[in-house]
Design a protein around this ligand. Structure first.
Ligand code: CP3
Length: 343
């Protein structure tokens, strides 16, 4: 098999680790900003296969990543379920927030694949166009994280509304999570049918929950999706990303059955090498602030991660997505250090 990223996910230790970066396509690239102007609306941009294919390929041309991640967004799923989703310049996503069972019952996954057909077309085209050694990564948001946007109407708030729904009416709230488990598994499997070779589940807001709630709304939905993918597509590895969950990363790996685990920047790489990497392939975890800063601190950060994790199955990545103010030269510097490692 000639794809290093797939080899790492099968458990192989590669002397030069494969790499890709979360949000590797995006506003830090001038060529992205240029083509992005062609659509006023970000979702329209995601649903235009020619444009989505082009921006997926842009970072690969510059830096030769081992992974090409489908260009789309986690919020296409609520959009496809019938919720109103908008992206507002300078503010991010804004949704018409769900308000209990009545608004939930209006959502349906009947039109899911029709609505997401342009995304599947993007995947199909990418599968043909990426280099032979590059792995095509499909993705979706994990149920809790997508639910945060659906219930709060936006990200980055205190999340009181969703927490109170999940705490005070858990059996009702479970209906939303079940809908998302089913829709997300269907969506991911359709990406696989169209050529995705690896899947990543982004649970960016997993760190909000603890104890029984962590098990019910984070572990269980991720586990259910991994199982559904395994039943229909046993060879497709799933990478989990329960961001900001500290030492609960270990329980997540053990209980969900993911083949890869993406680490945020708070996770100690030495701890990960001694625990998580014994159980699955680890991915991560360069601080995206260091990537902005550059210079000796960046080199040091990259080398520290490579030293700690390249002795086992490992994929170099960031701890969270590339930020718009990142100098593209710093991304190139990291790519160069990784490519020289082990040679
Ligand atoms: O290159 C890639 O990684 C693939 C594309 C990708 C995007 N979003 C494109 C995007 C991926 C994998 C995502 C995932 C995503 N989207 C997550 C999970 C990962 C994370 O960052 O925690 C979340 C929470 C979202 C929701 C979302 N989408 C937010 C909060 C925002 C606004 C923030 C911002 O940077 O503006 C988006 C918009 C978005 N998604 C952009 C891109 C390139 C910027 C929009 C634009 O170009 O105008």
């Amino acid at each position: 098999m000639s794809k290093p990223l797939l080899r790492a996910l099968k458990g192989e230790t590669l002397s030069t680790p494969p790499f890709w970066f979360m949000r590797q396509a995006g506003r830090y690239l001038p060529e992205y900003r240029k083509i992005r102007k062609q659509s006023k609306n970000f979702l329209d941009f995601c649903y235009t296969p020619d444009l989505a294919v082009e921006v997926t390929l842009q970072p690969l041309r510059r830096y030769g990543m081992d992974g090409a991640i489908l260009f789309s967004d986690i919020l296409v799923v609520p959009d496809a379920l019938g919720q109103k989703v908008e992206f507002i310049e300078g503010r991010g996503p804004v949704l018409e927030a769900l308000d209990g069972m009545e608004s939930l019952s209006k959502l349906s996954r009947d039109g899911l694949h029709d609505h997401l057909a342009p995304v599947y077309e993007t995947v199909r085209t990418l599968a043909r166009e990426i280099p032979d050694t590059t792995t095509l990564i499909g993705f979706a948001g994990a149920p809790w994280t997508v639910a945060v946007y659906m219930v709060q109407g936006q990200g980055g708030t205190d999340c009181e509304k969703i927490k109170s729904w999940a705490t005070n009416a858990p059996d009702e709230f479970e209906r939303l999570i079940e809908l998302l488990v089913d829709a997300t598994a269907d969506y991911l499997l359709e990406q696989v049918k169209n050529g995705a070779q690896v899947l990543q589940l982004f649970d960016s807001w997993a760190g909000l929950l603890e104890g029984d709630q962590f098990r019910r709304w984070i572990i269980e939905p991720n586990r259910a999706i991994v199982e559904k993918v395994r039943e229909s597509a046993p060879d497709i590895p799933v990478i989990g990303f329960p961001r900001k969950v500290g030492d609960r990363y270990e329980e997540f790996v053990t209980e969900t059955g993911v083949r890869g685990i993406s680490l945020d920047s708070d996770v100690s790489v030495d701890w990960a090498a001694g625990t998580l990497q014994k159980k699955c392939t680890v991915q991560g975890n360069l601080d995206n602030q260091l990537l902005i800063e550059g210079g000796p601190a960046l080199d040091e950060g990259v080398n520290k991660i490579l030293t700690a994790l390249s002795g086992g199955p490992f994929i170099f990545n960031l701890g969270h997505g590339i930020l718009p103010q990142t100098p593209p030269g710093n991304v190139g510097r990291v790519a160069d250090i990784i490519k020289a490692w082990g040679r």
